[in-house]
Design a protein around this ligand. Structure first.
Ligand SMILES: [Zn+2]
Ligand SMILES: [Zn+2]
Length: 64
């Protein structure tokens, strides 16, 4: 018996999901967390929007 290929692969890692909401949840919470690291001090950031703030206040670098 063959397994159906899951139609919603994550574009950032090797995982795939059988429905879009599972994929979205993975990208936002599981996979997203791994990608949101400060490139300078490797601090894990809670959201993508907190990166410019972190860069400015912690490292004094403006990203704009
Ligand atoms: Zn992923
Ligand atoms: Zn940092």
């Amino acid at each position: 018996m063959f397994f159906l290929k899951k139609p919603f692969p994550c574009m950032y890692c090797e995982r795939s999901y059988k429905n879009k909401s599972s994929l979205n949840r993975h990208v936002q919470y599981d996979c997203g967390k791994k990608r949101l690291l400060c490139p300078i001090c490797q601090t894990r950031l809670l959201t993508r929007r907190s990166l410019p703030k972190h860069m400015l206040f912690v490292h004094g670098i403006s990203t704009r």
